[in-house]
Design a protein around this ligand. Structure first.
Ligand SMILES: [Fe+2]
Length: 245
């Protein structure tokens, strides 16, 4: 968190960024849930929109986090679930809509009340018309679901950015219609443990699996912080270039 708070203003200035979107679903002290103080700290550091996936529905502060006006959680859950699945903000004088979608495999890690109730594409297609520029985060375990969604939306959104696996994928695609695709942006956090978590505790849970009730979050790993992010150059609602920071 502290590293990212330091980095956001630097990166913002260095690349003259108009919009910074941060998936902060593991920003809590347990490295799994989201906490309000961390969300506010990221916004104060210069993030414009905070997103979350399956872990947006976890933690003691879940209600406060989901009701935060700058937090976006997966859209394709039941209508009564708190929070919002889209958010439109101003960036360099233009409106940009951020939409978060998730696949069922990712949302299976959420509490039962926040499992997937609608296919991601159908949920997106049911949205009212938005501004010219839309960025989609696809929080999914399935690589093919992320790729398929990007091709299905090619030409109608600026980007489909995959998240959830924490492992940044190598190819950065610019599809024929002008939609950028990366199947996983990757994680910003400690690089010395699986998913940024304590390796000894994760290994112990693999050797001796606890019941769902007994399981406790392994907590964050130590070690060097890695930054995973992509930079989009968007013009007229479509992407001209995608690169890694
Ligand atoms: Fe996730």
């Amino acid at each position: 968190m502290v590293e990212l708070q330091r980095l956001i203003p630097q990166v913002r200035e260095q690349h003259a960024l108009d919009l910074v979107v941060v998936d902060a679903e593991n920003c809590g002290a347990d490295a799994e849930s989201m906490e309000l103080a961390a969300v506010d700290a990221l916004l104060a550091a210069g993030a414009d929109v905070i997103t979350g996936g399956n872990h947006a529905f976890d933690g003691e502060e879940v209600e406060a986090v989901l009701s935060h006006p700058r937090v976006v959680r997966p859209l394709n859950v039941a209508p009564g679930v708190p929070g919002r699945g889209t958010l439109t903000v101003q960036a360099n004088g233009e409106q940009v809509r951020v939409v978060v979608l998730a696949d069922g495999l990712a949302l299976d890690f959420s509490p039962p009340w926040a499992h997937m109730t609608e296919e991601p594409y159908a949920a997106f297609a049911a949205l009212p018309a938005g501004p010219a520029t839309t960025i989609v985060e696809m929080h999914a375990l399935s690589v093919t679901a992320k790729q398929g969604l990007a091709y299905a939306l090619d030409g109608s959104v600026a980007a489909v950015l995959g998240t959830h696996t924490h492992e940044p994928t190598l190819p950065l695609h610019l599809l024929p219609g002008g939609t950028a695709l990366v199947t996983d942006v990757g994680m910003t956090g400690p690089g010395d443990g699986p998913q940024g978590m304590r390796a000894d505790r994760v290994a112990e849970q693999v050797r001796n699996p606890p019941s769902a009730e007994q399981r406790e979050p392994p907590g964050p790993a130590e070690g060097k912080i890695v930054l995973a992010a992509v930079l989009l150059e968007i013009d007229g609602g479509l992407t001209r270039a995608i690169s890694r920071l």
